[in-house]
Each structure stands twice: as structure tokens, then as C-alpha cells.
Ligand binder design. Structure first.
Ligand code: ZN
Length: 667
């Protein structure tokens, strides 16, 4: 990025951030999430650090909190209310400790700091002043120097004392918050009254404490966790927390004294997983050096005290730049647009690509090349773009156009038609398309397929590019000397690969069927089919009707499988493979103790569920039908059996219990 480009970006970011800050703080109506906002702020901060000449006192990075609203009296804090710096990883946490230890060593202090780790509650910071043991003033933090006087509102909070046991004159710092269930309840009421809803508990807390009518506040069930004392000169953070507890403040019990940052890390990991279980929002931990005397020695940076740090949880939502849209051809021939991103950390892992699914999705998002996009992990695994920051769109942003031809084999792309519906994806229908080829090969060797353990995605790709693997059967023709000496492959790894190929030469029918990658034939279908037909030869002879008749196989799946088995191209793949591998017959259901016997199950059985009973019958070769007829041999009846029992009695069908069934199996 050139300085000119950086300057433009910095200006755009500042305007965008100001716009959203206004929506959030002044209007209480945010349109982007806090995390997306924070992500943009981090980018601005990084640019200002990289190009100090672009820094400006008016930049939002210098605004530590919201300006006081005009309605409330302004309050100048006796002691400046700093906010802590952030770290996002264990490495950064260790670096923070190291910097402190270096500074302490310089001052000839050899005491090693210990730490108190507390949950960082996602609420609103409040400053509570006590004079001679009496609560005299409550204020918001505001910009750190000047806040708003919200004394009347704070007085309604039941978790803080209005009198202390001794005539302490001190300032107590706390975090005001609200329970998630209160947010739900209040939003429900607001919905009925057609008022705008609160986005999260933090907004609700802020909105509530800035109510001019304290009677409204009193009804809202605001909580305050107290966590710091100023003005008493206690010796440690632990002492402060204990005194607060003794004086009747609500202090969060979930805190930990730590000898080392290593222990902090354990506590952090524990809470990273558990944070959503609390009835309040937590966005990280606050780590404070326990020894107060070290705080004075360490002092402050321009923005924050050095002796404490906020250790934020991994961001679930971030922003980054979309630099290109490429196409990926999948195993089925579906052509998927993929966003190529400037690498960014999401929920703890580095992301540089995200699927855009199809053209409909690209249109829905209105995403263009060059855009700044909001990204999150869907279900914590796959990165997903869910929004575009339109105010940051550059003039030369380019709309993506789906090409007419397959990027790999240049055959014409088509849409699939299922019934009356046209697919949203475009497909490459060329059976020889090299991209489909590679994806198919990877699927073939994968864990649920042939499970050639040592042939992972990357290795197959490499061997495919080198022409060592051309089709599925060629995998089994690989020799040690083909591999040994290739870049990154020594003798040992060549031996391992050959060994794992040989191990995969014997495969159960179900896994073989799945490995072939037949359209719509998933893992379970492959199992059902294999169990039903037992051998590959019998499956090949089956009619379309016979395949569809297998339980769990529908028409679409059956047709696809039948077509595959009778297509000359696929037949050649299978014949070539059969020369290399041994397909194990699957144990068939017929021939068991219950072979040829039809059952109906009704009522509640004493120990087995219906599905378990069904499985026992089928595993032993029997059949389970859903209704009683003259062909039914046995009715397995449990408690509260209804009309089926009457039917069976009328038809003279034998009626047995669960125990009767188990005895039949043992016969
Ligand atoms: Zn193609």
C-alpha cells in the first residue's frame, strides 16, 4: 500500500467509524455489530501506527469512550479513568509480561508480579464515589476525564450499598450490566409497543442508565459488578476485591489468582469455551498485576496503565478486503465462486478464502472485488461472508461476472434442472474435466472412502500434477521408486505411502460404493445398498426398481446409482479398479435366525426403543412392516398397544413380547 492509498483508506475508515459511532452512541441504533466495528477500528489503528504521519488527534482511535449526552450534568473524574490495552493471543500476553519485567528490572525491582484474572463483562463502566462512608455520586466513564452524573439512576441498583461499614472515602469502579433474560423480556414488551429493539445487553444497559427518569431504571433490574477501589491504598488487587465483598458489593466470583501467565492462559481457555453459558455477556478477561506497588512503578502508556491488560476472546466477526473471486470446480462439477481475502484472524484461525456459494449469493450480498467484507465462522468451522461495508467501497470495485466456460476444461457451463426447478449453481458436465478428476481422486482416497491414509489432499494434488496419479486405479500402481526422491519425499515416506496403499486394497463394499463418489450416494446410502445386495455383482445385476425398493433409497438416488452402474465410462473405472483391489462382500440380512419372518412392532417395549428392536430384527434377517396384515408373522407388542393389537388378534397373528423376540433371535 502506498502512502497515498493509505491516506485515502484512513480517511474512509474514519468517516465510516464516525458514522457508526453516531448511530450507536447518540441514537442507540447500531446497524453493524460491535465486533465488526472493532475490526474496522483495529485496521485504522494499525494504519496510524504504520504511518504516524497520518495520525490525527481527531481520529476515532483517540476517542476512548462516548461523549456525555447534553441532558445529564457533566462530571469531572477525580482520577482519570483509563482503559486497558488489548491482547488477542497467548504470545501477546507473554510479550506484555516480558515488557513489564524488563521495566521492573530497570528499576531494580526483582519481585515477580502475580496476577488476578477477572471476567471482562460486556457492559457499561461506572464510577461510584463514597464520602465518609456514604454513596454520594455515580457517574459514567464518558471519555475517561468527563462522564455523566447518573447518581439517581445508580441509587436504584440493588447490588451496590448506599452506606459502608466504616467512614471510607473512596471511589469504586464497576461494570453495570443486565441479564440476558431481562433483555429478552424488555424486547418482548417493546415489540408489542412497536418500539425499536435493543441489540444486546450492553446497549440495553447503556440505554437504561441514560434514562432521565430513574423510575424507569428502577424497573429494569440493572446489576453492577464492582472490581476496583481508588483512594484507599490497599496493597493488592485481591485485597480490594475482598474488601468490596465485605462491604456488600456484588463481586464476580469467577476470578482467579495466578502465579504465572501460564495459569492465566488455562483460565482463558476455560472461559473461551464457557463464555456463552453465563447470563451476561463476557468479551474476554482482564488481567491485573496483583501487587499495587508495582502499578506505580510501571506507570502508563499514552492510553493505558501498563499493569493491566484486557485479554480479548477471539473475534467471531471481523472485516477484511476481498481481493479476487476465483472459481472452484467440485467433484460433482458444481462451479463455486470463492472469495480470495486479505488474510485475517477469525475465531482464532487465519482465513484467506471463503466460499460465496453461487451467483444468487453474490447478488444478495452485492459483493464486489475490492470491497471490505464482514466475515464470521459459520458453525465455528467454515468462514462465511455475511455483509459488505458499502461506505468503504472503492470507485474501481468490480462486479463479478460468471464465465460461460469451465475454468478448468473450457466446456460450456450449464444449470441443472431437477423437476421444474433450476439449480442456482452452474455445472461443468464434462466427465473428463481435470478439476472434477482431482476432487474425485481426493474423495476416493479419503477417510470415509478407501482410506489411503498417507495419500492426503496435498499429496494427491502433487502426484496428479506430476502425472503419477491419473485415475483411481493408477493410485494402486504407484511404486516406491516413483515417489522416493521427489521434493519433500524421502525413502521412509515413500515406504509409508506404499504400505498404506496396500492396506487399502481390501475394502468393504459399502466404503467402496461411497468412495466412487456417485452423485447423491452418501455414506448412509452406500451402507444401506451394500447391506441389501451384499456383493457388487448382485448390485450390478439389480434393476432400477430393485434399487429404489431398498429402504432409505429414494428415486433420485436410485436413478443416479443405476445410471452410474450402466454408464460405460463409469464401468471402465470399476473394471480397472477390480484388477487392483478386493471388494469384501457385506454381511447380508438374509440367512439370519429371523430370515423370511415379517414383524410389526407396537406399543412401548420395556427396554428397547422401536428403532433398536427394528435393528435386531433386520440384523437377523427379518423384515419389519408398519402395518399388520395376513402376511405378518409376529406382532411384537409392548405397553399401550392400540389398534394394531386388535387387528393382529382379529387376523390370528401371533403376539409376542420383547422377551419373546429375544428368544426367537437366540434360537
Ligand atoms: Zn470442467
Amino acid at each position: 500500500m502506498t502512502l497515498v492509498e493509505a491516506k485515502k483508506r484512513v480517511e474512509d475508515l474514519r468517516q465510516t467509524l464516525e458514522h457508526h459511532r453516531h448511530l450507536y452512541h447518540a441514537l442507540d441504533a447500531p446497524v453493524i455489530s460491535d465486533e465488526v466495528y472493532d475490526s474496522l477500528m483495529r485496521e485504522l489503528d494499525a494504519l496510524e501506527k504504520k504511518y504516524p504521519e497520518l495520525d490525527s488527534p481527531a481520529s476515532p482511535t483517540h476517542r476512548v469512550g462516548g461523549e456525555p449526552l447534553p441532558h445529564f450534568e457533566k462530571v469531572t473524574h477525580e482520577i482519570k479513568q483509563w482503559s486497558f490495552d488489548n491482547v488477542f493471543s497467548y504470545d501477546e500476553l507473554c510479550a506484555w509480561e516480558e515488557r513489564n519485567v524488563t521495566l521492573l528490572t530497570k528499576e531494580k525491582i526483582s519481585d515477580k508480579p502475580t496476577y488476578v484474572a477477572e471476567l471482562k463483562i460486556d457492559g457499561l463502566k461506572v464510577v461510584l464515589t463514597y464520602k465518609d462512608g456514604i454513596f454520594v455520586r455515580g457517574a459514567t466513564r464518558g471519555n475517561g476525564e468527563v462522564g455523566e452524573d447518573i447518581t439517581e439512576n445508580i441509587k436504584t441498583v440493588k447490588t451496590i450499598p448506599l452506606f459502608l461499614s466504616k467512614k471510607y472515602s473512596m471511589t469504586v469502579i464497576g461494570e453495570a450490566w443486565m441479564k440476558k433474560e431481562d433483555l429478552e423480556r424488555i424486547n418482548k414488551e417493546r415489540k408489542r409497543e412497536e418500539l425499536p429493539l435493543y441489540a444486546n445487553t450492553r446497549n440495553l444497559t447503556a440505554g437504561t442508565l441514560r434514562q432521565l427518569d430513574s423510575k424507569v431504571v428502577a424497573k429494569r433490574n440493572i446489576q453492577i459488578f464492582a472490581y476496583d477501589i481508588e483512594g484507599l491504598n490497599l496493597t493488592s488487587q485481591q485485597d480490594e476485591l475482598e474488601l468490596l465483598e465485605q462491604e456488600g458489593f456484588l463481586v464476580n466470583k469467577d476470578r482467579k489468582f495466578c502465579q504465572h501467565v501460564k495459569d492465566v492462559q488455562t483460565f482463558y481457555e476455560h472461559w473461551t469455551n464457557k463464555r456463552f453459558n453465563q447470563n451476561y455477556g463476557i468479551d474476554g478477561l482482564v488481567i491485573k498485576i496483583n501487587e499495587r506497588k508495582l502499578w506505580d512503578v510501571l506507570g502508563h502508556t499514552a492510553k493505558s496503565p501498563r499493569a493491566g491488560i484486557a485479554y480479548k476472546f477471539p473475534a467471531e466477526e471481523v472485516t477484511t478486503k476481498l481481493v479476487a473471486i476465483t472459481l472452484q470446480v467440485g467433484r460433482t462439477g458444481a462451479v463455486t465462486p470463492v472469495a480470495e481475502l486479505e488474510p485475517v484472524l477469525v475465531a482464532g484461525s487465519n482465513v484467506k478464502r471463503a466460499t460465496l456459494h453461487n451467483m444468487d449469493e453474490i447478488k444478495r450480498l452485492d459483493v464486489r472485488i475490492g470491497d471490505t467484507v464482514s466475515l464470521r465462522k459459520a458453525g465455528d468451522v467454515i468462514p462465511e461472508i455475511f455483509d459488505v461495508v458499502l461506505t468503504l467501497r472503492p470507485k474501481n470495485a468490480k462486479a463479478f461476472v460468471m464465465p460461460k466456460l469451465c475454468p478448468e476444461c473450457h466446456s460450456t457451463l450449464v444449470k441443472e434442472v431437477v423437476g421444474k426447478e433450476e439449480s442456482s449453481a452452474w455445472y461443468c458436465k464434462n466427465k473428463d474435466c481435470p478439476a472434477k478428476h482431482l476432487e474425485n481422486l481426493i474423495h476416493f482416497a479419503s477417510k470415509k472412502g478407501m482410506y489411503i491414509e498417507e495419500l492426503g489432499d496435498k499429496t494427491i494434488e502433487t502426484f496428479h500434477d506430476l502425472g503419477l496419479i491419473t485415475d483411481r486405479a493408477s493410485m494402486f500402481k504407484l511404486k516406491k521408486e516413483d515417489i522416493e526422491g521427489l521434493d519433500g519425499f524421502g525413502e521412509k515416506s515413500a515406504e509409508n505411502i506404499i504400505a498404506s496403499i496396500n492396506k487399502a486394497r481390501t475394502v468393504p463394499l459399502s466404503r467402496f460404493l461411497f468412495a466412487l463418489g456417485i452423485r447423491h450416494v452418501g455414506e448412509q446410502t452406500a451402507k444401506d445398498i451394500a447391506k441389501h445386495f451384499g456383493t457388487f455383482e448382485l448390485l450390478q445385476k439389480a434393476t432400477l426398481e430393485e434399487i429404489i425398493a431398498v429402504g432409505g433409497v429414494g428415486e433420485k438416488v436410485g436413478a443416479s446409482l443405476y445410471e452410474y452402474l450402466h454408464d460405460p465410462y463409469s464401468q471402465k473405472i470399476v473394471t480397472d479398479l477390480q484388477k487392483e483391489i478386493n471388494i469384501l462382500d457385506e454381511k447380508k440380512k438374509t440367512g439370519g435366525a429371523l430370515s423370511g419372518i415379517t414383524f410389526v412392532i407396537t406399543g412401548t417395549l420395556p427396554t428397547l426403543s422401536r428403532d433398536e428392536a427394528k435393528k435386531i430384527i433386520e440384523d437377523n434377517g427379518g423384515k419389519v412392516s408398519s402395518s399388520v396384515s395376513s402376511k405378518t408373522n409376529y406382532l411384537v407388542a409392548g405397553e399401550e398397544a392400540g389398534s394394531k393389537l386388535t387387528n393382529a388378534q382379529n387376523l390370528g397373528v401371533k403376539i409376542i413380547t420383547e422377551q419373546g423376540l429375544t428368544e426367537l433371535v437366540k434360537r
